[in-house]
Every structure is written in C-alpha cells, then in structure tokens.
Design a protein around this ligand. Structure first.
Ligand code: GUN
Length: 293
C-alpha cells in the first residue's frame, strides 16, 4: 500500500480564499476590517520565519497587520504594557505573542494577560476551559488545522480510535479535546506511555506531535490509518545541507492509508486557521454571527 498524501498547501489555499471572501463581505456590509497583532520578542530564526508567513497571510486575506518586533532584552513589564495597549485597541481583533519567549519573561503570565476574546492562539486559560467544557471558543490553530485535514478524509470522526502522541498545551492536549468533540475515542500517549508502538497501532487516526524527527515507525501504524504529522524538525541532509522532517518516518507511507507531508501538510493549515480565528474574533467582538466558511 502507498498512502495518499494530503496536500495541506492546497487545502489551506482553498480555506484562505474562503476567508478572504468573508473578509471582503464583512468590510462591505459592516465596514469592519479585522486586524491581527503579531508580537515577536528576540530573534529566534524559526519564530522569525513563522511570524513573516503569518503577517503575509493577514495581508493576503485583506486584514490589517500590526507587527511588533521587540528586542531579546525586553522586560516582562514592557511586554505586558504592550499587550494592555493591544487589548484596548479596537482596531486589533487578535493578539498573538510568538512563543518561545526569552527566559526573563513568564509565558504563562503573558498568555493570561491577553484578552480571551482576542486570544487567536486559543492558549488563554479561559479558552482552554471553554474548549474542554464544549463551549464555543477560540481554538488553537495547529490542532484546528489537524482536525480540518482529518475531516477532508473522513466526513465523520465519530467512533474512530484516535491516538495523539504528545501532551503539549499547544498541540497534544487541544487536538485531543477537538477529536473528542468530534466523538472520536481518544487516547493521549506520551514519553512515559508503556509500549507506545502497540498503543499507536490501535489508531484509525494517529496524530504525531512529539518533536522527535521520524520517531513514528511504519510498524507503529495500523494498515490504512490516517496519519497526521505535526512535527517540524530540522536535521542534517545530504551535502551538508539541513532539511525539515516530521515526527513520522518517511517509510510510513508504505503502511498508512493517508498521510500529511512535512513540509506542506499541517503547517500551511495552521496559518489558515490563525486567519480564520482572527475573522471569528472580529465577528464575535462586534456581536456579528459566526462567519460561514
Ligand atoms: N510557537 C510555536 N507554535 C506556536 C503557536 O501556535 N503560537 C504561538 N504564539 N507561538 C508558537
């Protein structure tokens, strides 16, 4: 068997096109242009790449970008003051502080300072609580993208065995909540799970969010399973060049039914979901109905 590869770039382009149309309609009908503030502290090379592609997507969707680049030495007090300003600015509908932050800044404090209604990352404890209580909320973008990709393959996830490998606040825990909300039977596995390969082999849907290059081996996968690879790992490639690989072995395609590639799978969907969250936040803040995407 050779797995079908889901083209995340193409799926994301379709989604972004629909969002841009909804933004144009929002502007025409209500004079509202959604705005997203992206805050980068320091010069982490991976973060700089992510922030650039986020801002580009904002502009392409017809939204207003508010980019803030702060030095590595920024104090927690100064960052909290900027967040307070963005919270109070009615032109800013979404606030995203790129993680990781330098060691002098407490990330939990920063996340908690963002207005939950502008928390387009869905990391604020209020949104985490709302998601786990089954209430409407702003949902973390990578998990949102994973579930949208799974739903391009399966019209319903109800009753499916889903195994999530990884328990981070950014991906593992929220993707498990979203899969549960889709009525899947969900297992969260992690570094202390006993016999991880056999737990993974139970999965109809396997989400790999471990952060270890090509850790998931072909014999960990149930034949025909849908495998969503969230990993973005830079490793040494041929000729001294580096390359990006996922958390799933390249040979998994021989066993899986459907596979998301790295790069070009979950990554582009994450950005599209951020733009969607910004549109949703703008509508919520104006008391307008959820955009139909
Ligand atoms: N760093 C890595 N992933 C993310 C994300 O989804 N949001 C933010 N804010 N920072 C990140």
């Amino acid at each position: 068997m050779t797995a079908r590869i889901i083209d995340g770039k193409a799926e994301a382009a379709v989604l972004r096109g629909k969002i841009a149309a909804a933004v144009a309609q929002l502007k025409a009908a209500h004079g509202v242009t959604p705005g997203l503030a992206v805050v980068l502290v320091g010069q982490n090379p991976a973060s700089e790449v992510y922030v650039k592609s986020k801002s580009k997507a904002v502009v392409e969707a017809g939204m207003r970008p508010f980019d803030h680049k702060l030095p590595e030495t920024t104090s927690e007090t100064d960052l909290l003051a900027l967040i307070a300003k963005l919270n109070a600015d009615s032109a800013v509908n979404g606030v995203l502080v790129q993680l990781p932050l330098p060691p002098q800044i407490d990330s939990a404090k920063v996340i908690a300072a963002i207005d939950p209604n502008k928390d387009v990352d869905g990391f604020h404890p209020v949104n985490v609580g709302r998601l786990s209580s089954g209430l409407p909320s702003l949902v973390p973008c990578t998990p949102f993208g994973c579930v949208l990709l799974a739903k391009t393959v399966h019209s319903s996830l109800a009753g499916m065995e889903a195994v999530v490998v990884g328990r981070s606040n950014i991906v593992g825990k929220p993707v498990a909540q979203l899969l549960l909300a889709e009525n899947a039977t969900v297992t969260i596995a992690h570094s202390r799970t006993k016999d991880l390969p056999s737990v993974c082999r139970r999965a109809d849907i396997l989400v790999a969010a471990i952060g270890k290059p090509e850790m998931v081996q072909p014999d960990w996968i149930k034949p025909g399973a849908t495998v969503i690879d969230v990993g973005i790992n830079r490793v040494a490639g041929e000729g001294g060049k580096s390359k990006i690989v996922g958390d799933v072995s390249a040979n998994a395609a021989q066993v899986a039914g459907v596979l998301t590639p790295v790069p070009g799978g979950v990554g582009p969907m994450t950005i599209a979901c951020l733009i969607l969250n910004t549109l949703r936040a703008a509508c919520m803040q104006r008391g307008l109905p959820e955009p139909k995407i």
